[in-house]
Design a protein around this ligand. Structure first.
Ligand code: HMG
Ligand code: MG
Length: 303
């Protein structure tokens, strides 16, 4: 099993999607581009940098096409770019952005569903079955042009609406995603409830349907348990994790009244935990300060 752990920064996507508009306006596209450049400069493996979702649902990321135009001629030190898509319409938006850039600017699409029916409906206005049906034409388009595909499963440990989720329910959704042709499944602890024990139970169940080499772990750090879950996941053979510069993040549809959804595991905490576990990443921690500074300056109306 590899000693190298792959790191994806999701701060421009997961980190900003929950950010309310300030006076009706989203954060300036150039500032988002600066954040993408700053995290890429830390030599992460991948940046999930925007979403081709409905701007009515996620107004903060309604400038996906403009952000792609802004980054079109930037090589970002060879760091891979990926973006979230919920359906065929989103996949066409992603492919159009590549077309306009004149190259494969975005080489991976991330589709997303959940292990909780209630969360799925709140997040995408669709049952789990319906989300998977939406992926079929989207994945066909991705396959035609050789795009990589990630399949997220939210609420792998607990749902903000339904409570604890059975590990077998997570495995069943992963199995269906693999059957649809995703390259990797990404297990989202959407509300940061995982412990090493509950995460291990999920990973044991998922191992029966997806090899560890095709499994990614995406943790939120609400209760400070994310680092321990990274260490436990490494023990299960996981070699790919998501984190967020400045610890920004949280799914808008995981928020409850008056209670904002928690942030992702901070990129620095993630990388330090991986290194402390005896594994390597390519991430330059000295450069991370600038990315953290830019990221945290973008939320709460920061300048
Ligand atoms: P809907 O309202 O059921 O869909 O939304 P619809 O097909 O009826 O379309 C409604 C409107 O949206 C129409 O426009 C469509 O054209 C448009 P109108 O006719 O009203 O003007 N539309 C689109 N526009 C742009 N891009 C598209 C698109 N599709 C339709 N792709 C839909 C269904 C899935 C679109 C909506 O629910 C949606 O966009 N949801 C996204 C929610 C989201 O982004 N959530 C956060 C990401 S998931 C997450 O954070 C979890 C994760 O981090 C892992 C973890 O932590 O667990 C990944
Ligand atoms: Mg998330």
């Amino acid at each position: 099993m590899s000693e190298r752990v792959r790191i994806t920064d999701v701060s421009p996507r997961d980190g900003l999607q929950n950010e309310p508009l300030a006076d009706g306006a989203p954060i300036a596209t150039e500032r988002k581009a600066a954040l993408v450049r700053a995290v890429a400069a830390c030599a992460v493996d991948e940046v999930e940098f925007t979403s081709f979702v409905s701007p009515k649902w996620v107004p903060q990321l309604g400038d996906a096409a403009e952000l792609c135009a802004e980054l079109a001629s930037d090589d970002l030190d060879g760091v891979q770019l990926s973006a979230l898509v919920p359906n065929e319409r989103g996949m066409r938006g992603l492919l159009d952005a590549n077309e306009r850039a004149g190259r494969t600017l975005i080489s991976k699409a991330s589709v997303f569903t959940a292990a909780s029916e209630t969360f799925s409906r709140k997040n995408t206005n669709a049952s789990i079955d319906e989300t998977l049906e939406r992926f079929v034409p989207a994945l066909a388009l991705a396959r035609d042009v050789g795009l990589g595909v990630r399949g997220y499963v939210s609420c792998v440990v607990e749902c903000p609406f339904e409570g604890p989720i059975e590990p077998d329910a997570v495995a069943r959704v992963c199995e269906r995603l693999i059957a649809l042709g995703v390259d990797e499944v990404d297990l989202g602890d959407t509300i940061g409830r995982a412990t090493p024990q509950t995460m291990s139970a999920v990973l044991r169940a998922v191992a029966a349907v997806a090899p560890a080499e095709r499994t990614v772990v995406h943790l939120h750090d609400t209760f400070g348990g994310a680092a321990a879950c990274v260490a436990a996941s490494i023990e299960h053979g996981i070699r790919s994790f998501d984190g967020s510069a400045g610890g920004l993040g949280g799914c808008p549809y995981a928020s409850r009244d008056g209670e904002r959804a928690p942030g992702n595991i901070a990129l620095r905490t993630l990388v330090e935990t991986v290194h402390a576990s005896g594994y390597q990443t390519g991430v330059d921690l000295d450069r991370l300060g600038e990315a953290d500074r830019l990221a945290t300056g973008m939320i709460g109306g920061g300048a």
